[in-house]
Structures are given as structure tokens and as C-alpha cells.
Design a protein around this ligand. Structure first.
Ligand SMILES: [Zn+2]
Length: 226
């Protein structure tokens, strides 16, 4: 009798759009939402391979969003020079809470730069790209709980990238409903909880919300290889 081949999670066929294993494809839950603000996500390479790559889901759900992967972005200087209005979504002493945009011509639409990675990796991107330090910053108020139940960073305001973007856009553009952007994210979280089993979830994450999961604690994490 021949041994059954052991399935290798990295070999599972993937959806080319959302990069999830085909059986967990999130695309049917994606709605593309328009915005005045354009979003540029600078994603740390480590984040790209994480199953909970919410930056990618944000780009798929927003009409005016783009994602670049790296640590140092050589093109940033010229890219920013061409912009009339840019904000960096990152905490800091001078950071402002996002306020509704004044009505204005389309070309005054701001560019919102979002760093996607753990806090440590996001700071690394900031360090490697000093041009970002000159930008006015926006920061979300602490205290809004995250629905991001399985990947707590242990640092303050641990919201996922996609939640941070949706909250910021909602504050900038209160007339637009950005909640559809979060739908595939909610489905993703449900998938991960089911995959790890309700018991494991309760044991690891319900009792201590700030506990950081071990990297191996999420079965089916389905590393996002390129
Ligand atoms: Zn898909």
C-alpha cells in the first residue's frame, strides 16, 4: 500500500488576485469602493508573506490605492515632489487626528501614505526613507477596539492595516461608506479562527488579548510566497 502524499501548504494553488489558497479565496467578498483620497501602502517584505496580509486586501477593495513592497523606496522623492498634499499615517508628537476634507477640486485630493508591517518594521521603513519624516502625520485616536482578534501586536492601538486605512478614510471622507472594504477581512478572520479551532482560539487569544501568537499557532496560515 502506497503512502499518501503529505500536502504541502506552500504548494496549494492560489488565487492570483487575493493570494489566498483557492479554497479560501476572498475575491467574491471584495467590493471596490471609490475615494477622493489616494492611498499608497508601503509594505515591508515580511508582511507580504504573512497570511493576514491585510494591506493587499485594502488595495483590492479601494479604487484609488496602490501597494509597493520594500524597505527603501528610491522612487519616493520624485513621487512626493509631484504631490500637492500628502499625509503619513503614523503616530508622532505632531500627528493630527484625521478631519473631514474640505470640498475642493479633484486635483487637491490628498495622498495618504500607510506603512504596512509590525511597528518595528514600519519604523524601519521610516528610518530607511527619511523623506517620509518631513510629511505631516495623521494618527488615529487610541481606544477604538480592533476586530483584529488573532494577530495582536502587543503594542497600543493594535489595529490591522486595513482597519487603520478604513478608519482614516472614514474620518477624511465621512460621506462615503468604506465598510464594504472590511468585508473580506472579516471573512479572513473567521476562516483563520475556524482553521485553528475554536478551542485553540479561546485558549490563545480570548484570555489574553495582548498575547502575541507564536508564528506556528495559526494553521493554514498559508505563507504568501511570490
Ligand atoms: Zn481570490
Amino acid at each position: 500500500m502506497q503512502a499518501m502524499p503529505i500536502p504541502n501548504p506552500l504548494k496549494r494553488p492560489r488565487c492570483e488576485q487575493c493570494l489566498r489558497p483557492v479554497s479560501y479565496c476572498l475575491c467574491e467578498h471584495i467590493t471596490v469602493v471609490p475615494s477622493r483620497t489616494r492611498v499608497l501602502i508601503l509594505q515591508h517584505p515580511d508582511e507580504q508573506r504573512h497570511a493576514l496580509n491585510t494591506g493587499r486586501l485594502a488595495v483590492l477593495g479601494l479604487k484609488q490605492a496602490e501597494l509597493l513592497v520594500g524597505e527603501r523606496f528610491a522612487q519616493l522623492g520624485s513621487l512626493l515632489a509631484a504631490e500637492a498634499r500628502v499625509f503619513l499615517l503614523f503616530p508622532g508628537e505632531q500627528a493630527q487626528t484625521p478631519q473631514p476634507l474640505a470640498p475642493g477640486p479633484e486635483d487637491a485630493a490628498p495622498l495618504l501614505i500607510v506603512l504596512d508591517g509590525t511597528w518595528r518594521k514600519a519604523r524601519k521603513i521610516l528610518h530607511e526613507n527619511p523623506v517620509l519624516n518631513s510629511l505631516p502625520r495623521l494618527a488615529l485616536e487610541a481606544g477604538q477596539p480592533s476586530t483584529y482578534r488573532i494577530r495582536q501586536t502587543g503594542e497600543f492601538a493594535a489595529v490591522s492595516t486595513i482597519e487603520a486605512i478604513v478608519r482614516t478614510l472614514t474620518a477624511l471622507e465621512p460621506g462615503q461608506d468604506f465598510s464594504p472594504v472590511l468585508v473580506p477581512f472579516d471573512v479572513l478572520i473567521e476562516q483563520q479562527i475556524q482553521a485553528m479551532g475554536a478551542d485553540v482560539y479561546r485558549h490563545n487569544y480570548k484570555t489574553d488579548e495582548t498575547k502575541r501568537p507564536e508564528s506556528g499557532a495559526i494553521p493554514n496560515s498559508g505563507l504568501l510566497e511570490r
